[in-house]
Write a protein that binds this ligand. Structure first.
Ligand SMILES: [Zn+2]
Length: 580
């Protein structure tokens, strides 16, 4: 029985039941649930995600994404529209792959049906290159020449034509979204000089006053259109962020603008505390805490949004919507954000159980991917013993790059990963023997570029399970904007050969199918199979990747791995063949 104080409460109760059913024990066609009573309610009223509007080829994924978010009981979407909208009055601004208005209406209707408050965001003042980069609108730019880094970026707030254009864009978005709230963007405006053109100088007003008047004008327009709450990013109102940039000092605008504008307070660092929430509240604003993907950032910020009485927590992301399935830290941030905005009283993030496995299961629940081990009941081990060339304890061994191999305390000779067994090549208490392929730093004598292993299965093969790891990256970074730079991306190719002579190739991507042994989060498409310590006390994680055969009726005769010779060595620890 599901009872709630409101239809919405019952709706989220149903989501909990869906999760219970998905994870329930199944026996002989029966689904067995333990008897239980769950008393549940959210700590934060607003629980949302901000993301860039999907393009046409992303639409079906974006619909699954909504269903995935609902399972974690999110209730707010901030959709950054900008040029990803089929503007009829200004078709030259519209991205050619924008959803049509009908597609937008269906998407928004689906979101509302799933209980989401849908808030459109249209970037104004700064980050306005999506308009100003078009020659027809360049005369609205504050700078007549493009900024060396940001190009044509900020509009002139003293040119009346600016607002005729902006209100045109607003009108069309309002008409399709029919929102209660509207987000005007307004972050990072003073990355370029503002208030410096002849028109602006002629007003004699300082930059902070120009900004305040701009916000007031947008606010008045949206209020007159019936918008309940106007929202904006906060940083231009903060003295220790872009708001403090000389000579603009736009933080003074905070005292001049309407106090019912909701401040989306974004901070992406792994901090212990976020005082900005309180500072903005002290000025009279309602605030929403906005983190991004860093584990510690999300965990602390979501919890602190409760302590500092924010309206809620809204995660953000700045790339295509598919990153929620393909970028492990973003995928994880959604689970952690969900957990801490529903119930803030949680242990330290290090104690959170593998959020990646959970996120993957929910992707399977909404049908975005095949469920782990689905329909696979029989397993056969692939014998690697004739091919192993390294030990998981290789400290100081000249051949393999020293210090980058783990010394994991693997006492057993079998590892089970959610029902899938793996047999390690090891004798007694000795460390497991593995196949370590080449990196850009190894010699050909010690680590081969390619290994091909025959498999003995004579009948059909539904899936292949690979327990893999890599050596650690030579350079790692905590810089949130630099994370892509140290990513080796494609690290190997899996080549599967069938009995009929045909073959399949799969690119194995770092942090998607396999990852370094000391990567706490794991992968987006491989499960955390084992977690433990090295003899030196470092955390070690091993992931298992499931590959589904597109020709399940054919036996597989060999499995080959070819290294891409990046900065890390791909390492195969065990392989298992699955059938039904
Ligand atoms: Zn100007």
């Amino acid at each position: 029985m599901i009872v709630g104080a409101s239809p919405r409460g019952v709706f989220y109760g149903v989501q909990t039941l869906r999760q219970l059913l998905f994870f329930a024990c199944r026996q002989k066609g029966l689904v067995l649930l333990p008897p239980c009573e769950i008393w549940d309610y959210p700590d934060l009223k607003l629980r949302g995600w901000h993301f860039i509007a999907p393009l046409r080829h992303e639409l079906s994924f974006a619909e699954k994404f909504l269903e995935w978010l609902v399972l974690m009981k999110f209730n707010t979407l901030v959709i950054e529209v900008d040029n990803r909208f089929p503007y009829e009055r200004h078709p030259d601004i519209a991205h050619p792959q924008s959803l049509t208005k009908e597609q937008w209406q269906r998407f928004i209707a689906k979101a509302r049906q799933l209980g989401f408050e849908v808030i459109p965001q249209v970037q104004t003042f700064g980050h306005f290159g999506y308009v100003l980069s078009k020659p027809a609108y360049r005369h609205l730019s504050e700078l007549s020449e493009p900024h060396p880094r940001w190009g044509f970026y900020a509009y002139c707030p003293s040119n009346p034509e600016t607002y005729r254009l902006v209100f045109d864009l607003f009108d069309e978005v309002l008409e399709v979204f029919k929102p209660k709230w509207f987000h005007i963007g307004h972050d990072e405006i003073t990355f370029v000089p503002i208030g410096v053109c002849d028109r602006c100088k002629a007003t004699g007003k300082p930059a902070w006053q120009l900004l305040a008047e701009d916000i007031q004008r947008l606010y008045d327009y949206l209020k007159a259109k019936g918008i309940e709450r106007v929202a904006m990013w906060c940083d231009q109102l903060e003295h220790d962020r872009t708001g403090g940039y000389a000579p603009f000092f736009t933080h003074f605008a905070a005292d001049l603008i309407p106090k019912d504008i909701v401040q989306f307070c974004w901070h992406y660092d792994a901090r212990q505390t976020f005082p900005w929430l309180t500072r903005l509240k002290d000025k009279g604003f309602d605030v929403v805490a906005c983190g991004w993907y860093h584990t510690q950032n999300v965990w602390r910020f979501a919890a602190e949004s409760f302590d500092r009485r924010a309206l809620g927590y809204c995660g953000t992301t700045w790339y295509g919507v598919t990153g929620f399935s393909t970028q492990v830290d973003l995928m994880t941030a959604v689970v952690l954000g969900a957990q801490n905005s529903w119930s803030v009283d949680n242990p330290p993030v290090e104690k959170a159980l593998h959020p990646t496995n959970f996120a993957q299961d929910l992707w399977a629940l909404v049908g975005e991917r095949v469920r782990w081990r689905d329909g696979v009941d029989e397993f056969a081990f692939v014998d690697l013993s004739h091919f192993v060339n390294a030990s998981l304890t290789m400290w100081g061994n000249g051949g393999i790059v020293p210090d980058r191999f783990p010394d994991l305390e693997l006492a057993t000779s079998e590892i089970w990963c959610d029902g899938v067994p793996f047999k390690l090549v090891k004798a007694g208490n000795s460390p497991p023997q593995v196949i370590a392929l080449s990196s850009s730093e190894t010699s050909h004598e010690t680590a081969p570029d390619l290994v091909a292993i025959p498999t003995v299965s004579s009948h059909q093969t539904k899936a292949l399970y690979l327990l893999m790891t890599t050596t650690s990256r030579p350079i790692r970074t905590e810089d949130i904007y630099q994370r892509g730079r140290t990513d080796p991306r494609k690290v190997a190719t899996l080549i599967v050969r069938y009995a009929d002579g045909s073959e399949e190739r799969v690119e194995l991507i770092f942090r998607r199918h396999l990852t370094e042994w000391n990567d706490r989060l794991g992968c987006t498409h491989a499960r955390v199979a084992w977690q433990g310590k090295t003899r030196q006390g470092y955390l070690g994680t091993l992931c298992a990747f499931e590959w589904r055969s597109p020709k399940p009726d054919l036996p597989i005769v060999s499995v080959a791995l070819m290294s891409a010779s990046t900065s890390v060595q791909p390492v195969l620890i065990a392989a298992t063949v699955g059938s039904d």
